[in-house]
Write a protein that binds this ligand. Structure first.
Ligand SMILES: [Zn+2]
Length: 289
């Protein structure tokens, strides 16, 4: 009993144990051939917000691989089989996932880094973000009230404030968000065609968007801003930088969203230089709220 009382796990060990769920949550398989990935055991659907798919029949073996859902001749999902055997929500999510026609090997990705590679630095930010989320997940939380007030005080156009408000609530209709709402569309980012279009991908991780941040007046590497959720990135900037920088971050995010919409709805190619031009115009008219 004395030994138990005297036992204390080291700080490092406790940190690693505590971080394990965050590390696991940050990994997911990108499906190629689907031969390495178990349908019901591994994290793979949609890359984020993983939920295990639910079958409505008992046709599929519990240890079946994702490759069982792929038609290798057609290089496409077995749509009918998937719709017959999975609940509608899961069938829609699977069928909406992009399958490369080359059917490469499956690849384990770390979604907190730009290139999908795990690193200590990005793990640190992911863990930090997780602990911050525990305190600031809801905008109505007392520690967020000040942040919301600050947003409304920014010297930016009202339409940009509303955009930021929706972005912080993760309520913008990104492709991934629409798939989560059971709308059968391809969730892949229209700008780069490489990752699911979550708000975090679109704003901070998309390799076509990164030059906008690097050449903006903020001149920042967006991976340093990527605290899991867009809201956390904004909160962190507000806490640590002058108001001017928060305004520039908001305007930059809005210009990226506008350019994305022009690509999706008007088929105008996304061009970082055009976005920077828009950003310059909006930045100079900042006080016209
Ligand atoms: Zn992208």
């Amino acid at each position: 009993m004395t030994a138990k009382l005297g036992y204390q796990p080291s700080f490092l060990w406790r940190s690693l144990i505590a971080a394990r769920p965050t590390i696991l949550e940050g990994t997911a398989w990108r499906i190629g051939k689907g031969r390495k990935v178990q349908i019901f055991e591994d994290r793979w659907i949609g890359m984020t917000n993983f939920e295990k798919p639910t079958c409505r029949t008992n046709v599929i073996n519990p240890t079946a691989k994702v490759s069982d859902l792929i038609d290798f001749d057609a290089k496409a999902w077995r749509f009918d089989f998937i719709r017959q055997n999975f609940k509608a929500h899961d069938a829609n999510r699977i069928c909406a996932m992009h399958l490369s026609s080359r059917l490469p090997e499956d690849k384990m990705l770390w979604r907190h880094s730009k290139n999908g590679q795990f690193s200590g630095k990005t793990a640190y930010y992911a863990i930090k973000s997780k602990s911050e989320n525990a305190y600031s997940r809801y905008p109505s939380a007392s520690n967020s009230n000040g942040a919301w007030k600050k947003i409304w005080q920014l010297r930016i156009l009202s339409k940009i404030k509303h955009f930021i408000w929706k972005a912080c609530l993760n309520a913008l209709p990104t492709k991934y968000k629409l798939v989560e709402k059971n709308i059968a569309i391809d969730p892949i980012c229209a700008i780069c065609g490489e990752g699911p279009e979550t708000l975090t991908h679109l704003m901070l991780e998309c390799h076509e968007v990164i030059p906008v941040w690097l050449h903006s007046p903020l001149r920042i590497d967006p991976s340093l801003l990527s605290f899991g959720l867009f809201k956390n990135s904004l909160w962190c900037t507000m806490d640590t930088s002058p108001m001017d920088n928060t305004e520039l971050l908001c305007i930059t995010a809005w210009c990226i969203w506008t350019a994305r919409n022009k690509l999706c709805f008007e088929h105008k190619p996304f061009n970082a230089e055009n976005v920077l031009h828009e950003l310059k115009m909006h930045s100079s008219s900042r006080t016209a709220t």
